[in-house]
Design a protein around this ligand. Structure first.
Ligand code: VGL
Length: 213
């Protein structure tokens, strides 16, 4: 890939919320989730624009796991797939960005996703699973003449992967910084890396490798 040009590069913080950290054990805790903050901040120094996203879910969403509908069971609907533990409910700790990150209003663009009871998107670029209703972030990056996006966040194997693939489909050069991500399970992380590489996404180990590009 060609050298990183700060002026045309954006950094994307995907769902770096307590919901996906061990601080919220009843939500979707990802080992080491809070450790990504210094890497997200470091990669942002290589970018002119910083954008971010957050899950914003109702406790009454149809995909919330319960006794009748345990986690991972199939949920029927156009924009839901499987049941997940309740997570990232506005007003709770799980909704908050991990300490050390900017506040949402301090980003250049910010996406809140999954507010509808019958929609559970993974990627931050579309509100729906069929990827037709834009959240506006791709158009924002295009307007700002961004051609390269460095991506990190939680979790590698779900929301980070889907966001990176969506950006790639819109012709951005996409770099996923593994040190700025943590994933849910080793097997799905491996699969995600293969899928992203196949799509032409660059994978780097950490900020130091990014700096050398
Ligand atoms: C996520 C599973 C369910 C994520 C969100 O942010 O990666 N994963 N909801």
């Amino acid at each position: 890939m060609k050298r990183l040009n700060i002026m045309t590069t954006a950094a994307f913080d995907v769902d770096p919320q307590y919901a996906f950290t061990p601080e919220c054990p009843d939500e979707l805790p990802v080992e080491g989730g809070t450790e990504i903050v210094p890497e997200l901040n470091a990669q942002a120094t290589l970018a002119a624009i910083r954008v971010g996203s957050k899950d914003a879910h109702s406790p009454h969403a149809i995909w919330v796991a319960n006794k009748q509908q345990p986690m991972f069971t199939e949920v029927h609907g156009d924009h839901v797939d499987i049941a997940w533990n309740q997570h990232a409910v506005p007003g709770t700790k799980g909704f908050e960005l991990i300490a050390g990150l900017p506040k949402p209003a301090e980003y250049d663009y910010f996406v809140w996703k999954g507010i509808e009871l019958d929609m559970h998107p993974y990627g931050a670029c579309y509100h729906d699973l069929s990827e037709t209703m834009s959240t506006g972030v791709i158009e924002f990056l295009q307007t700002r003449k961004i051609d390269t996006v460095i991506v990190g966040g939680l979790a590698t194997d779900y929301c980070v992967k889907t966001t990176a693939l969506q950006l790639r489909k819109s012709k951005f050069e996409v770099i996923v910084n593994l040190a700025a991500c943590r994933g849910i399970a080793a097997e799905t992380i491996e699969q995600a890396i293969t899928e992203m590489t196949t799509a032409g996404i660059h994978i780097v180990r950490d900020y130091q490798e990014l700096e050398r590009l």
